[in-house]
Every structure is written in structure tokens, then in C-alpha cells.
Design a binder for this molecule. Structure first.
Ligand code: ATP
Length: 236
């Protein structure tokens, strides 16, 4: 029923072993062409939500369906989603490009499907792909991680705080990257604790606080009309 929707999150709840409820009754969708910002302060439940939808942890209740499927090992839609949710470790003595090749080889998918040139072009790494990653700045590492998530140009791209630790010019660059990516019917879900960043990068926003959604909709509506949202996220 949701086979054509990149992401449908329904009634998601996640309680940890200690009884702490990190996510409660979370519902949202990500449609093709959208860049959706999952916005909220630290501890709001963003990472937990992304980990559930990537199949890295089980929900206590509810579902996260990617093109109609729960992600788990062997899931048929794994090749349609790319993610940066847990910082990838790069091999320091290999170049950026060699790292991407090693990663892709480990996926077992045909080399021709990787589209290395396009992913690198979108991520804007330039000639630095030929340098060893031990010499990379934090910003270059982030971009390489994003290029890795983009390999194969997946229809859904999921990024957890991709601008974390970047300086303003690098953040501006990231905006360009995400906007370009969501063309051609692709979709992006990106988490952030910065309202301004979501405002400038995303078409839609899902605002979470203490595990619950407090606002959801086109980003202009969220940012313009909701003083409560400003208050909720201004204390981050
Ligand atoms: P951040 O930006 O800090 O990562 P977040 O919005 O992504 O924030 P989560 O990482 O999802 O938030 O964490 C939500 C809450 O769940 C936090 O209070 C955190 O302490 C708690 N939490 C996360 N992982 C666990 C765990 N394995 N066991 C118990 N509590 C956890």
C-alpha cells in the first residue's frame, strides 16, 4: 500500500531497556522530491528515530516503512536507501576514493551501479578524493561520508546531523548538496538541532521534542507561523 512512498513512519514508539521512552507516537511521511528536516533539541529522539528506520534497533511499537518494507538484513529495498546514521570509519591509509570503492565492494553490488563520479560531484569533494583520509579535515570527512551514503544514488537518503561540526561556509555547501540531491524524484530525510539550517535546506520539517512531534508541515508554515516551535527549539 505504501510501496511508492520513500518513508512512512506510523505510531512509532521506542522505550529503552531502562524504561526510558525516547520516541512516542511519532507519525510522518517523506515523499519524493521532499527534503524533510527532523528538527529538535539534543535528546529529542531524532537519532533513535533514524536508527529504527534504518533497522539498527527495533521499535517497541509501530513501524517505519521504506518503500513499503521494514529495513532488516536482506530487505529488498536496502539498495534504494543510503544513510549516514553512524559515523563510518574510513581506512586512514587509503584515499577517499579508495575508501568508497572498498565500501561499495563490501555491499556486493555491481561496480557499475555505484555511480562514483556522480556521488562525488554532488558531494563536492574535488581533487581531495585522491588524498589519504588520514589527512582529511572534519568537513572533508563529513562530505566523504555523505558521498558514501549517496553511492548508487539511492531514492531515499537519510542523514543524521550532517552539518555537525562544520563551519558556516561548509554548512552553506551542504545546503547546495542536499537541494541538488532531492531532484529527479529522490527524497532526503535529515536531522538537525538548528532551526535556521532546516529553514534554509528543507522543503518540510518534522519538529520533535521529548520524543513527540510538536509540528509537521511545509517548512515555511513551520518557521513563519508557529511561535511555539521557535520556543521549543530555541533552547538548544
Ligand atoms: P542527539 O542530537 O543528542 O543525538 P537526539 O534527538 O538524536 O539527540 P536520541 O539520541 O534519539 O536523541 O536520544 C533520545 C533520548 O534517548 C536521550 O535522552 C538519550 O539519553 C536516550 N537514549 C538513547 N539511546 C539510549 C539507550 N541505548 N538506552 C537508554 N536511553 C537511550
Amino acid at each position: 500500500e505504501y510501496a511508492e512512498t520513500p518513508l512512512v513512519v506510523r505510531g512509532l514508539r521506542k522505550a529503552y531497556g531502562d524504561g526510558f521512552v525516547a520516541v512516542e507516537r511519532v507519525d510522518f511521511t517523506v515523499e519524493r522530491g521532499q527534503v524533510v528536516g527532523l528538527l529538535g533539541p539534543n535528546g529529542a529522539g531524532k537519532t533513535t528515530t533514524l536508527r529504527v528506520l534504518m533497522g539498527l534497533t527495533m521499535p517497541t511499537e509501530g513501524d517505519a516503512l521504506v518503500f513499503g518494507h521494514r529495513l532488516e538484513p536482506g530487505s529488498p529495498v536496502l539498495s534504494r536507501v543510503g544513510a549516514l546514521v553512524e559515523g563510518p570509519g574510513f581506512l586512514p591509509h587509503l584515499t577517499g576514493l579508495q575508501n568508497l570503492h572498498a565500501y561499495w565492494q563490501a555491499t556486493g553490488r555491481p561496480a557499475a551501479d555505484a555511480r562514483f563520479d556522480e556521488a562525488l560531484e554532488i558531494a563536492g569533494l574535488g581533487d581531495s578524493v585522491h588524498r589519504k583520509t588520514k589527512n582529511y579535515s572534519h568537513g572533508m570527512r563529513q562530505r566523504l561520508a555523505i558521498a558514501q551514503a549517496m553511492l548508487g544514488l539511492p531514492e531515499l537518503l537519510v542523514l543524521d546531523e550532517p552539518t555537525d561540526g562544520l563551519d558556516p561556509p561548509q554548512i552553506a555547501e551542504m545546503r547546495r548538496v542536499l537541494k541538488r540531491y532531492a531532484t529527479d524524484g529522490r527524497a532526503v530525510l535529515v536531522s538537525s538541532h538548528l532551526l535556521a539550517e532546516v529553514e534554509q535546506t528543507c522543503t518540510h520539517a518534522v519538529v520533535v521534542n521529548k520524543g513527540r512531534i510538536v509540528a509537521d508541515g511545509p517548512v515555511d508554515d513551520i518557521v513563519g507561523d508557529s511561535p511555539s516551535v521557535q520556543l521549543e527549539v530555541s533552547d538548544v
